[in-house]
Design a protein around this ligand. Sequence first.
Ligand code: A3P
Length: 342
Amino acid sequence: MAAPSETNVSNSPSLLSQLLQGNSYTEEFKELLNSLPKETGWLAPDLYNYKGFWLEPFFLQGALTSQQHFQAQDSDVILSTFPKSGTVWLKALAFALITRKQFLASQESEKSHPLHTNNPHELIPYLEFSYAVKERPDFALAKGSRLLATHLPLSLFPKSVWESKCKVIYLCRNPKDTVVSFWHFMNKLRRELRGLEALPFPEAFDSYCRGVSNTGPFWDHVLEHWKESLENPRKVLFFKYEEMKKEPEDHLRRMAAFLGCPFSQEEEESGVVSGILKLCSFESLSNLEVNKNAINGGLGVENGVLFRKGKVGDWRNYLTDKMAKTLDQIVQEKFTGTGLML
Ligand code: A3P
């Protein structure tokens, strides 16, 4: 992988470009970084291995601060994903589901729904990014449950998540599509935020297969959540992107039941389920003005980068047969005996 230059050519004041500067680290945190194994990052110059997972330094800082300060509440809902597994989709669905009494997803009220004027990332903050920016971020309760998101490995969740009755929904995705999606996304951020060239796909793929990508190895990220969902099914709900694409209604109903807000007969009959699914579909969200050219305050690039194709199997356009076999073998080996298949 080409070594990223140190220059940050972006004038963007985005949260991510500020975090990439790494100016606010304490001496203690710098010492910690110095003690950790390091590899070249996809966006940040370095990824550090902390307790088995590869993290960007500001992400690790946010994770540690959240472990110290985050107080989960029983009614919190945490949406957890490995990067590029469909986080935006999950955020939109969970938001529309939980706020459905307040904001109807039906046609008449379409224009006034917050998802029509806000990118889902603006409505649901990431735990670790929020703590990377502020020691005490304000996760204001809209009404009812607080919705939060995270890419953190489950073993790095703040303890209060386990001490409270809050719920976790995990969405995973086939790693062949995820690596392609991540590669496109990172190349855009590299260019826009750091003025770097695109990573050659074979190099990126090799890093991914070695587990060296943000919050990787992906197999450990997925397995931690999978095992917890088996042991603690009332705490962790485990979804697969591909299955959610195939049977969205079933997944939305399961999500509602898991969160203790199942659809009533009346809601079923009046089309609330299909209304939410339509509102949150790739086609609807990606065609909204806010999700096209509006600059994402966190990332510093257009929201359009979050909506590429939204398809299952696009990996066929990027991976050679040999690459696909390699990744399949890794997954098969790592998942042996776990009952999980992707
Ligand atoms: P592709 O790059 O394969 O198109 P994340 O939200 O975790 O960053 O994941 C991004 C992936 O989810 C992208 O995949 C993106 O296109 C896809 N995506 C975004 N919104 C979606 C939606 N409403 N339904 C299905 N997939 C969606």
